[in-house]
Design a protein around this ligand. Structure first.
Ligand SMILES: [Fe+2]
Ligand SMILES: [Fe+2]
Length: 256
């Protein structure tokens, strides 16, 4: 079982990308991964998660950085496992919250906070800028799976935070931190992608965009992390899968 297995994925002295761990709370829930980027004195949290993981994530974060230095919180999409802890985070940090403009108006349903703390991201993507001019690139990944869905590329660490793209669902007690053999790994990702991703059109579109980036690691919001070779194998698989409405007849159970 994975529990609080914090790993520094990149560190050049001034810039760190940290996996804050994962935890399976019960047989029913799918464990979530959280990540922290620290650039000089500025912290960025990526999909810090729902209410029930808040105490663990908070405890992991303060091992690395003062809460006052967390200035940006990025959400890939509106799902509760991604963003339902927003009001808790808002009480402990003074940060901006980045999410697709499509979900800005829905976030207040997780609780009460000031809308001026939200940075709504346009459909074409955007950036998170650090004080020294370095930046993180917000890449659109719409319909994968959310209608307004974003992922994030860190040019300094060459890590792509992919949200629900590349997610693996392991049987209990068979969780892995890294994807080892991609062909063996397909059985852990196939069902999720077939049902939660919207169509091959969306997969191909994203694949054509992210091929332009130099990616050393891909880190998803659930399951194992991909190193460069496994990421390249994933991308080939991903741009060719049939999913979502491509499979509409079998999803409805009336396959011809
Ligand atoms: Fe999701
Ligand atoms: Fe998720």
């Amino acid at each position: 079982m994975l529990n609080n297995n914090v790993i520094t994925l990149f560190d050049n002295g001034e810039h760190k990308f940290i996996f804050l761990g994962s935890e399976r709370k019960s047989i029913e829930s799918i464990p979530t991964n959280q990540y922290l980027i620290i650039h000089k004195e500025e912290g960025v949290l990526l999909d810090p998660g729902g209410v029930h993981v808040f105490p663990r994530v908070l405890a992991s974060v303060v091992e690395f950085i003062d809460l006052g230095k967390i200035k940006h919180i990025f959400y890939t999409h509106q799902d509760p496992d991604v963003s339902s802890g927003i009001t808790l985070w808002d009480t402990v940090v003074d940060a901006k919250f980045y999410i697709s403009k499509l979900w800005e108006r829905f976030l207040p349903h997780f609780g009460v906070f000031k809308n001026d703390k939200i940075v709504p991201i346009e459909d074409k993507g955007g950036k998170i800028k650090f004080k020294d001019g370095e930046e993180l690139i917000i890449i659109p990944a719409h319909f994968l799976h959310s209608t307004g869905n974003l992922i994030l590329y860190d040019p300094l660490s060459k890590i792509l935070f992919s949200g629900d793209i590349g997610v693996s669902v392991f049987p209990k007690n068979q969780e892995k931190i890294y994807v080892e053999n991609f062909n063996e790994h397909i059985k852990y990702i196939e069902e999720f992608h077939k049902r939660y991703m919207s169509s091959n059109i969306a997969c191909k579109k994203l694949a054509s965009i992210i091929k332009k980036y130099d990616i050393d690691q891909m880190v998803p919001q659930h399951g194992a992390i991909y190193k460069k070779q496994q990421f390249n194998e994933f991308l080939k698989w991903f741009e060719n899968i049939k999913c979502g409405i491509d499979l509409i007849d079998s999803i409805y159970g009336n396959e011809k």
